[in-house]
Design a protein around this ligand. Structure first.
Ligand SMILES: O=C(O)CCC(=O)C(=O)O
Length: 315
């Protein structure tokens, strides 16, 4: 059994000004309904997408099970022309497949050279980008990336956080999104930016007993909805239908805080990475002490971190 879910606020017809003044400063997820997203909401059928974007090759995740696990890597990466990928992702059983006839597909689009280029649908998919009006509720210079998220029905993406604020714009299809407050990170059994707890609806509480302490928020996204996911909020996404999303990330910290080599937008801010390296060195230094002393000084260090670095201004 999962924790009872708290609500995610829903707002209709939110203007840029209202978002910036009333919603954004709360630093909480919110579903924005009724925003004009352009013609994509009616045009982006499977036929139109395949004909318009054509045969451009895309790297996709292919999985025999709906619950994709990044940590145990229960999926494989394959490449398909975009039109073939969209048709396959929209069907339940496949005549042509990689592993099994009911395999599931997931696209998180990338830059042309993912080591150097950032995903931007205006560059990689210009003919489709014309159809979408991205709600620019941030300054133009803050824009970081725009990413296609296209998934088979039933597919579930592991719980993770991103370091930038983002809009998950659901153009077609339905999703269920489960979110956790960044403050509940201690209960999520993290490995890097991802949680080990895959089955958030029915978690293995013997293995993950603290998971029940994580406050759960849940919302449904219908075609045309935009979910604001503030940086560091954990999210797990279940595609209830085949659907197309566009995920827009923007930098809300000064540019110099971000890792310049990060084309995905998921590397920790450079000061956080440096602090973690320093902590690792401190832990190595503590190993010079016998256990009794190591324990004593480690606890004092934890107290010092709590006193000096924890925010008091945090619900
Ligand atoms: O919609 C999805 O498939 C994943 C979305 C996501 O991870 C995000 O908005 O950061």
């Amino acid at each position: 059994m999962a924790q009872p879910a708290g609500p995610v606020a829903r707002h209709s017809g939110v203007s840029r000004e209202r978002f910036r003044q009333d919603i954004y400063p709360l630093r909480k997820p919110a579903v924005l309904k009724g925003i004009d997203l352009g013609t994509c909401t009616t045009k982006w059928t499977v036929d139109y997408l395949s004909q318009t974007a054509g045969t451009k090759e895309v790297k996709i995740h292919v999985s025999t099970v709906p619950q994709m696990d990044f940590l145990s890597k229960n999926f494989v990466y394959r490449t398909l022309p975009f039109d073939v990928f969209v048709r396959r992702a929209a069907e339940v059983k496949h005549n042509e497949y990689f592993i099994s006839e009911d395999e599931k597909y997931y696209l998180r689009s990338l830059g042309d050279d993912p080591r150097k280029d950032i995903a931007d649908i205006r560059k990689q998919f210009p003919s489709l980008a014309e159809d979408i009006q991205i709600p620019e509720y941030f300054e133009k210079e803050q824009f970081f990336s725009s990413v296609f998220r296209i998934s088979s029905a039933g597919l579930q993406l592991w719980t993770h956080y991103d370091i930038m604020d983002n809009f998950l714009i659901q153009i077609t299809g339905k999703k269920r999104v489960i979110l956790y407050n960044p403050r509940d990170a201690p209960y999520l059994y993290l490995a890097g930016t991802k949680s080990e707890v895959l089955n958030v609806d029915n978690p293995d509480l013997e293995k993950y007993p603290l998971f029940m302490k994580a406050r759960r928020y849940e919302c449904s996204l219908e075609a045309g909805d935009v979910l604001f996911i503030p940086a560091l909020w954990f999210h797990n996404v279940i595609s209830e239908e085949f659907g197309v999303g566009v995920n827009v990330f923007w930098k809300h910290l000064p540019s110099e805080c971000y890792d310049k080599t990060d084309t995905y937008g998921n590397k920790d801010p450079t000061a956080a990475s440096r602090a973690v390296q320093i902590l690792d060195r401190a832990l190595k230094t503590l190993e010079e002490l016998p256990e009794e002393y190591r324990d004593f000084y480690a606890r004092r260090m934890v107290l010092r971190i709590q006193e000096k670095a924890y925010s008091t201004n945090y619900e």
